[in-house]
Structures are given as structure tokens and as C-alpha cells.
Design a protein around this ligand. Structure first.
Ligand code: NAD
Ligand code: HSE
Ligand code: NA
Length: 430
């Protein structure tokens, strides 16, 4: 039976995502009410620039005082789409203290303070949902928290940043320059307020921290995630990748160690074979593989950024939280019972593509191969291309630890015959 008294929603932030949340709340009002069992009413919208006209939002709902809005006491759900650490963190905890549940799209905050925010939600008996924080519209948090709650996840691997995938795709497929592609991604509403967060890998690292924590039932913070951005990827790297039948993607990879006693989480550009499904993820789309004991390999794919796709995930959470409020329950809170430690990058085992500039004379290849052998790194293929007494040597390794590879590269740099290490890239997805 439909309750007539509406559930009241406070929207914090009315930018790319917030404006779409408000639009869908209005256009889908009847369906949302039917699915929830009560109408949902936009009761206030906190903004920074009140004079800006916002289509479909009555001016009397607009306020610049977000704190007063979350303290009102009659608000059922606060939707935080401001972004950043403060004032978002204080507004969310204040919302819990004043009786509201929270839906957020804020991965930066969740990756830094997720444990404290979950604790605050639990203490006040409220919900904290954030499906939109990872991989935009793609349902991923809820499948991991709920659908896979009976399985054991061993690996989560994928593309979780739309902006950088958009840029890398443009560079690869059209030869576009980096800045031109970034400007386009920003204009389309994919990039963070400061796009450094995207291109330097902080955004993907925050998402990796959230995914690893949920997948392995432990606490993983942004600082625990190894991070390399994509600003150094060049047209030459794409050419090398193509020679190997690969392309380059910025990947987030969260893994349980083979002995099960620790986990790792990392974000870096990597070569992947063109035959791998991740190679055909274009534009701002995201795709994530989840590997579990019983399920085997699952793939989640869809729009990873943009106003409407992200609002879809926010609205899904809003419906779930409203249903919980009507039935007097809350959804699952933080699950960190395994308390597995997070190991550093040195423990990670993968394959490497190394491009060296060397002297083109007898014995150099043998010298280089000896250094790899001395560090226990097995070579899969070597390709050499000569040019005027100099040569370019491309070595692809079998699986080795990052620590062993690091030692190898350090020793290679000391050889007189090695003029320089042109690039080192991990090879994934084989
Ligand atoms: N854009 C996307 O594709 C996308 C996807 C997933 C998650 N997110 C996340 O959603 C959140 C919002 O992103 P966005 O793209 O809409 O950003 P945005 O910059 O377009 O919107 C944020 C809005 O919040 C307003 N704001 C800032 N401080 C405020 C304050 N104190 N009170 C009221 N309003 C304030 C800003 O003026 C701006 O309009 C971020 O956490 C972002 O990481 C965005
Ligand atoms: N800036 C983010 C938004 C989605 O989280 C991205 O490009 O993926
Ligand atoms: Na999502």
C-alpha cells in the first residue's frame, strides 16, 4: 500500500551529476513512488552559486547553507554529489546525527574515510550507499556486497576511470593529442573537478581501494594502493603495443595473494592483448572482471562516467535506502572481518615489456640476458632493431615479482652498453 507522506530528499551539489539526479527524480516521480511505496520529494538543494538558473528546480528549494539543510531533522535521505573531502565529510556525518541516511558518489572521500563514515552510519542506525562512486552506472558495489556475499572473490581487474579510457582510446584510434582528448572528456562531464585526479590515477586508485575492501572484506585505503597515472604513455608506447598485438589501458587490479594471507591493489597503465575483452572497451565505458571461487569469471560493463549514467546509480541507491527506511531496516554495513593486510607493489607478480636503448655490438644481448637471469626473471621474447651502431631491444618477460623486475632494471642501467631504459610496461590479461 502506498504511504501518502513523502520521503524527503536533500540534494547536496547540483553540478553534472546532481542536476541529473534532480531531473530523474522529477521525470520518474510516479515510478519511483510505486517502486518505493511512498512518494519521494526533493526538499532542498544545496548549491554554491544560487543565482544560476536550474531547469526543473523551484528556486525556493535552493540554498547555499548545506549545513542547515542536513540539520533540518525532517530529511530522510541526503544525496551528496559535491565531491572532495570537506565539507562533504562533515555534511555526511552531520546528516547521520540528524537522522538521515546518505547516498554518495564520492570515491575520494570513501577511499580515505570509508571506515569512519560506515561507523557513523552504524552508530546512528542509518544507511550509507555509494554505487555511483565506482564505475558510474555499472552495478558493481551491490553485486560485490550482496550477490557475491556467499562466494570468495580472488581478483578484481578492470578499467574504472572513464576519462583516461576516453583519452587513451582517442590517442590509439585517432592519433589525437593528450590535451585535446582531455579537454573533450572534460566538456562531456567525465573528468573530476581537478582532472589531475583522473590522469594521475588517483580516481582509479580510490575506486580500487573501495573495490578491494569490499571484495576481500578488509580495509584498504587510498594510500595502500600503488598508483601510476597515464600522462607518460606516448604514441611510441602504442606503436610497441601494436607490434605485440596489444593495446594500452589504465587498469585497476586488486588481488588476493596466492597464500591467501594478504591482498594487493594497484593502478597503472598496462598492455593487454587485442583479443582480450578489455581491449575493446571504448570511450568513457568501464569494464571490470571479478573472479571468485564458485562463480568463476564475471564481467561488468557499461558507462563509467557522465551525468545521467552516474545519476542512474545514485537513484538506484536512493530507492534502496528509501525502501529500507519504510521497512525500518538498514542494508549491509562495512564488512572488514578478514583484516587482511595490504602488501606493497614488490609482492605483485606479473609480466613486463621493457624497451632498452643499447649499443649494437657483439655480446650485448648475452650481457642483458645474464642480468635478467641473475635476478630470476625469465625472458619470454626478445626483439632487436638496429640503427647506426645503436639498437633498440624489446624484452618481454614471463611472470616475475615487481621487486625482481626492479632489481633487474637497476642492474641494466649500470651496464655501459645500455644507453637507457626507454619504457617499462606491465603486460596483463593473458
Ligand atoms: N561526473 C561523473 O561522471 C561522475 C561519476 C561518478 C562519480 N562522480 C562523483 O560525483 C561527485 C560530483 O561530481 P560532478 O561531476 O557532478 O561534479 P561537479 O563539479 O559538476 O558538481 C559538483 C557541484 O557541487 C557544488 N558545490 C561545491 N561545494 C559545495 C558546497 N559546499 N555546497 C553546495 N554545493 C557545492 C559545485 O558548485 C558543483 O556545482 C564527485 O564526488 C564525483 O567524483 C562523478
Ligand atoms: N572522473 C571519473 C568519473 C566517474 O567516476 C571518471 O572519469 O571515471
Ligand atoms: Na557503479
Amino acid at each position: 500500500m502506498m504511504r501518502t507522506r513523502p520521503l524527503k530528499v536533500a540534494l547536496l551539489g547540483c553540478g553534472v551529476v546532481g542536476s541529473e539526479v534532480a531531473r530523474i527524480m522529477t521525470t520518474h516521480a510516479d515510478d519511483l513512488a510505486a517502486r518505493i511505496g511512498a512518494p519521494v520529494e526533493l526538499a532542498g538543494v544545496a548549491v554554491r552559486r544560487p543565482s544560476k538558473l536550474r531547469e526543473g528546480i523551484p528556486q525556493e528549494l535552493v540554498t547555499t547553507d548545506a549545513t542547515a539543510l542536513v540539520k533540518r531533522g525532517d530529511i530522510d535521505v541526503v544525496v551528496e554529489v559535491i565531491g572532495g573531502i570537506e565539507p562533504a565529510r562533515t555534511l555526511i556525518t552531520t546528516a547521520f546525527e540528524h537522522g538521515a541516511s546518505v547516498v554518495s558518489a564520492n570515491k575520494a572521500l570513501l577511499a580515505q574515510d570509508g571506515a569512519a563514515l560506515h561507523a557513523a552510519a552504524g552508530q546512528h542506525g542509518k544507511d550509507l550507499y555509494y554505487e555511483a562512486a565506482v564505475a558510474g552506472a555499472i552495478p558493481l558495489i551491490r553485486p560485490l556486497r550482496e550477490s557475491l556475499a556467499g562466494d570468495k572473490v580472488n581478483r578484481v581487474l578492470g578499467i574504472v576511470n572513464g576519462t583516461t579510457n576516453f583519452i587513451l582510446d582517442k590517442m590509439d584510434s585517432t592519433g589525437a593529442g593528450y590535451q585535446e582528448a582531455l579537454d573533450e572528456a572534460t566538456a562531456l562531464g567525465y573528468a573530476e573537478a581537478d582532472p589531475t585526479a583522473d590522469v594521475e590515477g588517483f580516481d582509479a586508485a580510490a575506486k580500487a581501494a573501495i573495490l578491494a575492501g569490499i571484495a576481500f572484506h578488509t580495509r584498504v585505503r587510498l594510500d595502500d594502493v600503488y598508483r601510476e597515472g597515464m600522462t607518460e604513455v606516448t604514441a611510441a608506447d602504442f606503436a610497441s603495443a601494436r607490434n605485440m598485438g596489444c593495446t594500452i589501458k589504465l587498469l585497476a587490479i586488486c588481488e588476493r595473494a596466492e597464500d591467501g594471507q594478504s591482498v594487493t591493489a594497484r593502478v597503472h597503465p598496462a598492455m593487454i592483448p587485442l583479443s582480450h575483452p578489455l581491449a575493446s572497451v571504448r570511450g568513457a565505458y568501464n569494464a571490470v572482471f571479478v573472479e571468485s571461487d564458485a562463480s568463476g569469471q564475471l564481467m561488468f560493463y557499461g558507462p563509467g562516467a557522465g551525468g545521467a549514467p552516474t545519476a542512474s546509480a545514485v537513484l538506484g541507491d536512493l530507492v534502496a535506502v528509501c525502501r529500507n527506511r519504510l521497512s525500518g531496516t538498514t542494508g549491509p554495513g562495512e564488512s572488514a572481518y578478514t583484516a587482511l593486510p595490504v602488501s606493497g607493489m614488490g609482492e605483485v607478480v606479473t609480466r613486463y615489456h621493457i624497451s632498452l636503448d643499447v649499443a649494437d655490438k657483439p655480446g650485448v644481448l648475452a650481457q642483458v640476458a645474464t642480468v635478467f637471469a641473475e635476478h630470476g626473471v625469465s625472458i619470454d621474447t626478445v626483439r632487436q632493431q638496429g640503427k647506426d651502431g645503436e639498437a633498440s631491444l624489446v624484452v618481454v618477460t614471463h611472470r616475475a615479482s615487481d621487486a625482481a623486475l626492479g632489481g633487474t632494471v637497476e642492474a641494466l642501467r649500470k651496464l655501459d652498453t645500455v644507453r637507457g631504459v626507454a619504457s617499462i610496461m606491465r603486460v596483463e590479461g593473458e
